[in-house]
Design a protein around this ligand. Sequence first.
Ligand SMILES: [Mg+2]
Length: 266
Amino acid sequence: MADSTIPASTLDYPPLHEGRPFVVLSDWDGTITTQDSNDYLTDNLGYGKDKRRAGNLDVLNGRPFRDAFREMLQSISANGRTFDDCKEALLQNIHLDPGFPDFYEWCRKQDIPFVIVSSGMAPLIRAVLSKYLETGATNIDIIANDVEGDQASAEWNIKFRHPTSTFGHDKSLAILPYKRLQPAPLLFFFGDGVSDLSAAQHADVLFVKRKGDGENDLQAYCIRENIQHIVFHDFSEALVTVQAIVNGVNAGGSVKEVVGKFLEKH
Ligand SMILES: [Mg+2]
């Protein structure tokens, strides 16, 4: 990792799951959850939806995601809201994709590693997960940003994993080490939005969530860039597809053939 173009990480990575034929990585906000938790916090505890949307548009026009995101979160603490307030608000208002607990449980039973890769903050993700998952919420791998400062006061701030990256957290750095393993596992990646662009292009099997709100940024990007992907609406649907792919590959089918029948045609 001496390449100077690779941003240094301020936070540890969980150990790589070596020697596994399949590994699942997934975005958190809007993919595992039904609503983006950071948007929720900014809209309701921070400076509100209008400014948040303007911030999103700034990013589309080239402003670093890291800077816009930090500003959104700072509008929450500027309103006197503690990090603990944020946690509480999310516990009350953020819901998981109803199919996710069964999907995760199936992976766990099959010994297929499941890793959450997020631009959000790990303590908030763990808090919401612990509400919904009976087992493993404390063990599940989360590669995200963190929080620094005093969580019980308004003196808190996001601690970016890659402060020198314009993404704040460059998700591709969670995937690439798996690509270098010999033999490399078959990598599934689940995502929905712009924060997934860097990771999406490295997945072997890319699942793109299509949502009712019309915000399907990742799919639009995949179509434009001609990146093959499988569309899913919820994790119950995705589970059936993943099971078919795992069974097909385990039965000796080629990945190309087994995955091919599920790919979105354009
Ligand atoms: Mg997302």
